[in-house]
Structures are given as C-alpha cells and as structure tokens.
Design a protein around this ligand. Structure first.
Ligand code: ZN
Length: 320
C-alpha cells in the first residue's frame, strides 16, 4: 500500500504543471478584448492567494526547466505583453500590493516614438524595480509576414534601443500577436534568448520546450480556474506547422509521449471539435480543409491535457 501511495506521489510530482498567464491592458474599458478590469485582476490575485498558488518570476521557472528540476503544480508566472500606460497607472499598484513578480515584454518603437498609450523609458525603468523587462520586438509586426532580412532588422534595431535605454539585455522574448512559424522561431532563437513565449492556451511541464512556452491570456471575461485545470500534453507537431499560400491544411500528424489513451480530441477554430482514435498515442488524420481565417488555432487534447498550434501564413517559408 505504501509503495502505491509513494508512486502516486512521485507521479504527480514528476508530471506537475505550472501555468503562465499574459495580461495586456489594465482598467482600460476602451479595449474590452485586451483589457483586464482592476476588479478582475484583484479577483485573479485573490484566487492565487486563497488556493495556495505561488507566483514565481519567469526566470525561476525557466531555470527549473533548464535544470530538469520538477515543476511544482502550484507555480504561476505572470507576464504582461506591451508596455501600456494603463499598467503603470492602474495595474502596477496591485502587483505591488500582493508582492507578485512579473515580466513585461516591451514593444520598443512605441516607447521610443512616444506613442500615446505607451509607457516612457523612465516609467519602464521605474517598473524594473518590481518586475523583469523583456523583449517584444521593435515594431510589433506580424513576424511571419516579414522576410528573413526584415525580421532580423526588427530584432537588431529593437534590441539595440532596448539595451541603450535600459542598460540590460533582455533574457526572454514573446512573439507579437503570439504568431510564429518554424522559420520565425529559428531566427528568434538565433538571438540567444533563454526562453521564448507564445500565446497558446496551455500549461508548462518538465518536458516543455523553453523556446515555445504556452501562455493563457487573462483578458476580457476569461475563466482563471478553468485555465488552471489544463495540463500540458507532451506532443510533437509534425504537421501542420504554418499556413502556405493557399491556406490549405491537408493532414494532421502529432505524436505524443507517455500516453496510453485510445481516444483524443481535435479542435480547429471555425470548424469545431471532433473525437479521433489514436494509434499508439499518435494523432493522424486527413483534414483537407482550407482555413480562411488569418489565424486559426488547432488544439489536440487527451482528457485535460492539451497542445495548441496557432497557424498563420508564412509565404517566406521554404517547406509547404
Ligand atoms: Zn503585443
């Protein structure tokens, strides 16, 4: 009996999942789809506290992943995409009140050109006393729409200005709009970031790729307790990986590791959910569909374990 409980304990210990969340605007009712009201933010923070979640810096999670240490189930990481003024004016006070660390991903041009809704360099420096400042591109482009040269230019210019004004190199990068392809990922990785974050709903486990970390967005009317229930599926996506010129997706092929389930689910935005029979943990089926939306999400699931791919067009990629 003892060994049963021990193995159960080891199981949960080894397969525990952390969750990374992303916020955008705070207490700014002009943009309901990217805003978090201060009431909702306080609710999220109170939920973490009351349910014994530990909010850790992103750097601590990445360190644990790289050291292959177990990831505690109650770890939560908070990130903020875009350096909106509403964070400095409304959000920061609550992070201070709860003593929660955060990572803010900076859209460099917006601060450099003093775009109205964005924080100044001085406000960013003040913010860096409470959280980590990281990189979110120079011009906030749709990266898969840029050639290799244009993409590198965006990184080069943005990183130079970031370092000049903030006297530090960023350790982490998050894709503008959460959009990338294998080509964009390879270029981003060549800049030596220690981790890269997407914007796919999910969780982070010891097997997660530090250059493709999932984040769930806590904006609008998001459901925090529900997000926390999701676990990471140990999945390798073979196809699809991005959308070609014709937006056609003919085949889906995703391998999973450590799964014995016979059935899984596939969800495609705009096309709904369907169940599929797995072949030794492999999702493989013809889709033969044209994804007409600019961005389409494909999610594969086994129970509450999920893996998501955001498909966007990349006409510069060689593989089709
Ligand atoms: Zn952004």
């Amino acid at each position: 009996m003892k060994s049963f409980w021990l193995s159960l304990l080891l199981c949960t210990w080894i397969w525990a999942d952390a969750h990374i969340f992303v916020y955008h605007r705070f207490g700014d009712s002009r943009y309901p789809s990217t805003n978090t009201t201060l009431e909702a933010l306080r609710q999220d923070f109170t939920y973490f506290k009351e349910h014994h979640y530990t909010v850790v810096p992103l750097s601590k999670l990445v360190q644990a992943l790289k050291a292959k240490e177990p990831i505690p189930d109650n770890w939560v990481v908070l990130t903020i995409d875009d350096n909106y003024k509403s964070f400095f004016q409304n959000g920061l006070a609550l992070f201070k009140e709860f003593g929660y660390p955060f990572s803010m991903f900076v859209y460099v041009e917006a601060t450099e050109q003093k775009y109205g809704d964005f924080m100044s360099w001085d406000e960013l420096k003040e913010t860096s006393k409470y959280g980590e400042l990281e990189f979110h591109s120079m011009r906030h482009p749709h990266m898969t729409a840029l050639s290799d040269e244009a993409l590198k230019q965006d990184f080069d210019e943005g990183l130079a200005l970031f370092e000049k004004h903030l006297n530090q190199k960023p350790h982490f990068f998050s894709y503008p709009f959460g959009e990338f392809s294998p080509r964009v990922k390879a270029i981003a990785q060549s800049y030596g970031f220690e981790a890269i974050l997407n914007q796919n709903m999910g969780a982070v486990a010891s097997f997660s790729d530090v250059y493709d970390l999932d984040r769930s967005a806590l904006v609008g009317k998001s459901d925090l307790p529900n997000f926390l229930k999701y676990k990471a599926l140990n999945a390798t996506w073979n196809e699809p990986l991005f959308l070609g010129k014709d937006s056609k997706v003919s085949h889906l092929h995703v391998n999973t590791t450590g799964i014995e389930a016979k059935k899984g689910g596939i969800y495609i935005s705009g096309h709904g959910y369907r169940e599929i029979t797995l072949n030794e943990g492999t999702f493989e089926t013809d889709l033969n569909t044209v994804l007409t939306q600019e961005r389409s999400r494909i999610l594969v699931s086994i129970g509450n374990k999920i893996s998501t791919k955001l498909l966007v067009k990349d006409i510069y990629s060689k593989q089709h």
